[in-house]
Design a binder for this molecule. Structure first.
Ligand SMILES: Nc1ncnc2c1ncn2[C@@H]1O[C@H](COP(=O)(O)OP(=O)(O)OP(=O)(O)O)[C@@H](O)[C@H]1O
Length: 252
């Protein structure tokens, strides 16, 4: 069987903060069309790695290649323009703006028209239909005209996913998609990610191991900024180094 090609590759990727190596010589290879999870104890460097991949931080050393383009040290807009979208862990919604208006704005920003035409009626009508479709995809069609500030937490996260999907990214980065959710919302999110992974590659930081087990094809475990173990979930979860990293040497 033909191996899928690597769509995202890092080589020796490192980030230092005042001499402290938060990410240390990370070699990552994400196969196209897969769900790849980044896990690891608190402070392992997952968020820093995400920030490097999306251009929010510049690496101290190393290289990042996305879809054949060297994106090392490129600004976030350029990386987004190549087809990388990120959904944030911390909510970034406008309280008063409706769910539909949020998605319309995201669709508009994806066209490169800029904010100049924001709220021009003809233009917004063009985005309206697509916005409703995307809200339907994340189970929010019935809440399209509700201000984002009035949505329950799980639905805010679903809206943020719709915003990332509005850019129709080839690579979707999900930062703890189930953080702070109850069981019902977690199940809904797992089903949703399973649906939206069609035709794209997903890299996600996720603490919930049952979510990782349900979704991820490959798991990379980070510890103190370095790759500790990488492989399929079933192999990784029983690896003694991983058990030790999570529970501490004594328990292991
Ligand atoms: N801007 C910064 N300046 C200095 N140190 C930082 C900075 N950002 C992160 N660090 C440090 O780098 C290390 C890795 O942090 P990071 O947030 O990437 O870990 P994480 O794996 O995402 O943790 P968590 O699961 O708690 O979110 C931590 O020790 C953190 O204190």
């Amino acid at each position: 069987m033909r191996q899928p090609r690597a769509i995202l590759v890092t080589q020796g990727l490192s980030k230092e903060f005042q001499g402290f190596r938060a990410v240390s010589a990370v070699d990552l290879s994400v196969a196209e069309g897969t769900v790849h999870a980044l896990v690891g104890p608190n402070g392992a460097g997952k968020t820093t790695l995400f920030n490097l991949l999306t251009g929010f931080l510049k690496p101290t050393a190393g290289r990042i290649t996305f879809d054949g383009h060297d994106i090392t040290g490129q600004p976030p807009e350029r990386i987004a323009g190549l087809g990388v979208a990120r959904s944030f862990q911390v909510t970034s919604l406008f309280e008063q703006m409706t769910a539909r208006e949020h998605v319309e704005l995201a669709l508009q920003s994806g066209t490169g028209l800029g904010r100049r035409f924001w709220r021009t009626d003809t233009l917004m009508r063009r985005f309206s239909g697509r916005a409703l479709e995307l809200l339907g995809d994340v189970g929010l069609a019935h809440l399209a005209d509700r201000p984002a500030g009035h949505l329950p937490y799980g639905q805010k996260r679903a809206l943020e996913l719709a915003l990332a999907l509005a850019l129709d990214p080839a690579l979707l980065l999900l930062d703890e998609p189930t953080a702070g959710m109850g069981l019902e919302d977690i199940d809904r999110t797992v089903a949703l990610v399973d649906q939206i992974r069609e035709g794209r590659t997903v890299v996600m930081v996720e603490h919930n191991m049952s979510v990782v087990g349900s979704l991820a094809d490959t798991v990379t475990v980070l510890q103190r900024g370095e790759v500790l173990v990488e492989g399929p979930y079933d192999r990784v979860k029983t690896d003694p180094r991983v058990v030790e990293a999570y529970l501490g040497a004594d328990v292991a």
